[in-house]
Design a protein around this ligand. Structure first.
Ligand code: DC
Length: 219
């Protein structure tokens, strides 16, 4: 079973997806971390993050692993959990993620992971492109200023700067030609602006129960 959670940065996807996965005994997959890992490798290897062919090659060769039950991300055997959160990687990831070849390579991997186990998978295109038949699809959103505030609290950044950077990234993610960030027509929209993580989790659990009970599955 796949629970697809999409939405813009700072909407609460990671917090919610991680705790939901723990609660349900599913594997948590952060697909943004995969794009970040490819971007990190490109930066380190001094490859132009706007070079589609080299990047596709890199994306195909990248061995990205998630340690089960943890939030650890490995790239070619190295723990890159902290490195992929650096601001320069964040910016590069958004460019790398716009490339069709890179997305193709990541999609193959994401589908393989989802076919092997029950997952809560979060990203931008999980319900629309990666698993269009997912039984449960959630689109999380929040007020842009609140999203920036959450990101700033996480990274220790200045809210106004983070807000600017977030808006730039959102625009790129929403307007790219390949798998842009958009809500699937059969996804449930949840605005997390005034909600606690517990309230969001409860709302999603209710949707999971509704969509998986007899006759109600949308598949
Ligand atoms: O969720 P995040 O900030 O870690 O994602 C990093 C970048 O990757 C972000 O710019 C959006 C992009 N991304 C994507 O295009 N598709 C996904 N499924 C997940 C992330």
């Amino acid at each position: 079973m796949v629970i697809a959670i999409d939405g813009p940065a700072g909407a609460g996807k990671s917090t919610i997806a991680r705790s939901l996965a723990r609660r349900l005994g599913f594997t948590y997959i952060d697909t943004g971390a995969m794009y970040r890992a490819v971007a990190l490798w490109a930066l380190r290897a001094d490859i132009d993050v706007e070079d589609p062919l080299r990047l596709e090659q890199l994306a195909r060769q990248a061995e990205i692993e998630f340690a089960a039950g943890e939030s650890t991300v490995r790239l070619n055997g190295e723990d890159v959990t902290a490195a992929i959160r650096e601001p320069r990687v964040t910016q590069a990831a958004s460019k790398v993620a716009a490339m069709p070849g890179v997305r193709r390579a990541m999609r193959v991997e994401q589908r393989r992971i989802g076919a092997e186990q029950s997952v809560v998978m979060e990203g931008r295109d999980i319900g629309t492109v990666v698993f269009p038949d997912a039984r449960v699809k959630i689109f999380l959103d929040a007020d842009p200023q609140v999203r920036a505030g959450r990101r700033a609290a996480e990274t220790g950044g200045v809210v106004d700067e983070v807000a600017r950077e977030l808006a730039e990234r959102d625009t790129r993610d929403r307007t790219r030609a390949e798998a842009p960030l958009t809500q699937a027509s059969d996804a449930e929209y949840i605005d997390t602006t005034g909600l606690t993580p517990e309230q969001v989790e409860e709302a999603i659990l209710k949707i999971v129960r509704e969509r998986t009970s007899n006759g109600k599955g949308t598949h």
